[in-house]
Design a protein around this ligand. Sequence first.
Ligand SMILES: C[S@@+](CC[C@H](N)C(=O)[O-])C[C@H]1O[C@@H](n2cnc3c(N)ncnc32)[C@H](O)[C@@H]1O
Length: 213
Amino acid sequence: MKLKQLESLLGSLQQFDNPKIELEQYPTGPHIASRLLYTAENSFGDVTDKVVADFGCGCGTLGLAAALLGAEHVIGFDIDAESIEIAYSNADELELDMDFVQCDIRNLGLSDRNIDTVVMNPPFGTRKKGADMEFLSVALKVASQAVYSLHKTTTRDHIKRTALRDYNARSAEVVCELRFDVPQLYKFHKKKEVDVAVDLWRFVPKTDRSKDS
Ligand SMILES: C[S@@+](CC[C@H](N)C(=O)[O-])C[C@H]1O[C@@H](n2cnc3c(N)ncnc32)[C@H](O)[C@@H]1O
């Protein structure tokens, strides 16, 4: 599938009706989502025929992009039942198979390690400090091949150091820097959205099953 076609299909997806700010529910737009998955497949071969997990899947955008690129099996995990319902209906609309699990990412364990690749746009930790790092820690425990994740550029040094030192990462590379429209999460902010610099990361976990790249 061509990049433009992928972006256009993702642009048709329904997004959060009533975003819950405490869960940092804002969607990854079709431009960034399509490029994230396209890069994961075309530059690294991490999607087609792989088992892909979408952590904090929300309305399913990243996972559905993986399914559109030929992932063997896609599972979306989110703590919020309402988002998962929307994600189900998005999968139906696109006639794609995707499984969903309602759970807190922090409760996933090593037994879930039949996952090749994790893709995620985790909460940036604006509402709950450290939420981004909790997602990353679990992703690097369950993925056998790669983790793709978006994090604020201001946290770059911290992410790299912690991933390599404490979170089981064999490598941690910024693939590109992006601008991300994030809704303001506090009432006293005047503007509705802010443009935030965000890094797209690719992490390779330390595991016997990971391949050299
Ligand atoms: C920034 S949104 C990203 C949504 C979607 N992945 C996307 O890219 O459009 C973060 C998502 O993480 C979910 N979330 C927040 N905390 C969570 C937790 N502890 N366990 C599972 N999901 C969580 C939220 O409900 C929300 O859907």
